[in-house]
Design a protein around this ligand. Structure first.
Ligand code: NAD
Length: 368
């Protein structure tokens, strides 16, 4: 770890209340002031519902700006060009986007397509010499994730995963408290992540495009959350699947999985991932000296929660605005969020998902 990183980490732990840029609350406050530094020029690939949310949030960014789009649907390109003033020369389709290489108006491509397409698209963007932000899950298994990491390293570009909670102020506060030892020895994390999925023909229920079911899409929040709330990597998993609708949830598409993770300190996590229950968005962290509970914990917000010290009062700021300004700062200045969100971090989650699926299949504990 470099000395600058050391320095920043120490500051993060001990003096987060100072107006340092990597504190999301202060980052946003700072961004209200005049900013004349570099602007991250972003092209979005895949103009679906989450892309729309990200583009809208980016209108409030100071350090990042939407400058291009990649889409297979010409009518969407027309709509987005008009809405965001995107010049025609910054618009691409899935056949010709390798030409982005010659375009100085694009620094980074944000891949917001179905999970099963992320790997190939990320590798093509990396080969075109642009940084990549890729939505979660980064791919459909750990091997794909590792190939993406390797390709971005070989091309000397950054790979960041769209883990927006790593910039969310209440989440950051709980992580700060955990790093400062305010919960004492951590014993237990509970994560519940789910919603009731609708249209049975959507790509999220297609094994090839989704890579799985609820675990890939929403259960990953409990996995990632367990890791950043406990601050450790699991060493084993156990998992049990329940399927009540085998028409909607075909072979390889999970409906509900309960899973448990064990950590080197002895802490355990007990989690639920589902596409068959509504309003399931809750984290609970328990330590010898305190607790944190958040509900909702990973939705678009406002996130709500309390600890043994009282209610979490950090402001609600649109997650994707913070994320994109934070990622711009990471790319230009090397300022890391409180927990990393690079490709390696994404691979850690994918390894756990692989292990959970194996544990479901074998009925046995899987060591990591
Ligand atoms: P969506 O279906 O609304 O959009 C997907 C887009 O990809 C569409 O514009 C579609 O036209 C395009 N696409 C390109 N090739 C396609 C193909 N072969 N099949 C189907 N669509 C194709 O989905 P979404 O909700 O925007 O999700 C996209 C990605 O974003 C997923 O990886 C998802 O996990 C992620 N996501 C993340 C968050 C978050 O909070 N971080 C929230 C929602 C979605």
């Amino acid at each position: 770890m470099g000395s600058r990183r050391d320095f920043l980490e120490k500051l993060t732990v001990s003096t987060i209340s100072l107006p340092l840029l990597y504190n999301p609350t202060n980052l946003f406050a700072a961004s209200d002031e005049a900013y004349d530094g570099p602007i991250l020029k972003v092209a979005i690939m895949g103009l679906g519902s989450y892309a729309r949310r990200v583009a809208k949030a980016m209108e409030s960014c100071k350090r990042a700006k939407l400058t291009g789009v990649i889409s297979g649907t010409p009518s969407k390109i027309v709509e987005w060009r008009a809405k965001y003033g995107i010049p025609e020369k910054n618009c691409y389709n899935y056949d010709n986007f390798d030409r982005i290489k010659e375009n100085p108006d694009i620094d980074v491509v944000y891949v917001i397509t179905p999970n099963g397409l992320h790997k190939d698209q990320t590798i093509r963007v990396a080969k075109a010499g642009k940084h990549v932000i890729c939505e979660k899950p980064m791919g459909i298994n750990a091997q794909e994730g590792q190939e993406m990491v390797d390709a971005c390293k070989a091309a000397n570009v950054k790979l960041l995963i769209g883990y927006r909670m790593h910039y969310e102020p209440k989440t950051v506060e709980v992580i700060r408290m955990r790093k400062a030892g305010e919960f004492g020895k951590l014993k237990f994390f509970q994560g519940q992540s789910g919603f009731t999925i609708g249209d049975p023909t959507q790509w999220r229920l297609n094994k090839k495009l989704a890579g799985g079911g609820a675990m890939m899409d929403i259960g990953i929040y409990s996995i990632n959350g367990a890791r950043y709330m406990l601050g450790e990597e699991p060493i084993w998993v156990t998992a049990q699947e329940t399927k009540t609708d085998s028409v909607k949830f075909k072979e390889g598409v999970d409906e509900t999985i309960q899973f448990q993770m064990g950590f080197p300190s002895g802490a355990v996590a007990s989690c639920l991932s589902t596409y068959a229950m509504s309003h399931l968005d809750r984290f609970f962290l328990n330590g010898e000296d305190g607790f944190a509970e958040m509900q909702p914990s990973t939705g678009y917000g406002p996130i709500k929660g309390r600890t043994h010290k009282g209610e979490l009062k950090q402001p609600h700021i649109t997650h994707q605005t913070l994320q994109m300004d934070g990622m711009a700062q990471l790319i230009f200045e090397g300022v890391e969020p409180i927990v990393p969100l690079d490709g390696e971090e994404g691979v850690k989650d994918m390894k756990i998902i692989d292990a959970i699926y194996l544990a479901v299949k074998t009925g046995k504990r899987v060591d990591l």
